[in-house]
Design a protein around this ligand. Sequence first.
Ligand code: ZN
Length: 354
Amino acid sequence: MPSKNLRTSLRLPLPLKARALLFFSACALAACGAWARVGQVQSDANSTRERRVGTSVSNRNENAVGANSGAANPETMGRGVTETNSPMAFGQPRAALFFTALEQAMRSRGMRVEDACPREDAVASRILREYGAIFMATQSVRVPPVCMFTSEVEVARFQTDAQPVSAIVGGTRIELQRAAMDALVAAREDAARQGLTITPRGGSEAARRSFQDTVRLWNSRFFPALEYWRGRGRLSAEEVNHLRALPIHDQVAGVLRLEDRGIFFSRDFSKSILYSVAAPGASQHISMLALDVAEFGNARVRRILAAHGWFQTVKSDMPHFTFLGLNESELPSRGLRQVTVDGQLFWIPNVANE
Ligand SMILES: [Zn+2]
């Protein structure tokens, strides 16, 4: 158990180090813990998806999904948020803390958390907490080498290496990593047997996005919000000009600091921009492991997608699904916990107690 290196690399504050040590000790004493399970899951990573996803529907927590909520505007819907501890049946993997599971998941890919997403970088840290579930995906897909790409060149290199496949889905050409596309096709076949459809929402951008796409989407929230808050006297013209001129990473940091003061940059200025669009270069769509689904309001569609390894992992982004390629029962051991927002179940990084 490389706890010294782990604690050093995570740069945990002292009380957290103590907590982490307690966790490891308890784990060793009980000879069971999440680490052993994670290791087992990792070594199983290339076993058949059919076996791993086959029981997902029956395992799903039924109180987490409601009746069809309809395709209301995801940004203006009221928020009924329920945070829950994951129900663990006997024999299921134990829950892990996100950063513990992340360290293990990255190590199994030859990555290091401190290289990909330095925790002392407030932007990277926040991005991990909001979008980090993607790093838990099955080994059969590529995850991004960083939390936040900073150029088109970098994104293009990653996307080429990931060898995406393209297909016409619901009349729209989309591109995804192969395992994600295969799972989507299988989910659509299941849906069709039930008289349902699963289609991209908003054209080709529902799946693969370029770096520039993510910059444009960011600006579609960033610029109107600057004008809104300037008009209300919360930002001066100088502050607006300063923010606009910043390099992207610093711009994101500046926006997040303003949001800490209640100056929000989502489309309706009521919540964080990160629940509305991703920070530039940080979108899961860049990884070609995300799909915005038109039928997101249909609980049966969501259950079918989950049964094929597609989960909602970005809290409050209602149409957005992430391909993890895992059985839902494995997610707690991957450092994810469930939260329900307006009847939709999200699996988000389990960072509440870290
Ligand atoms: Zn999306």
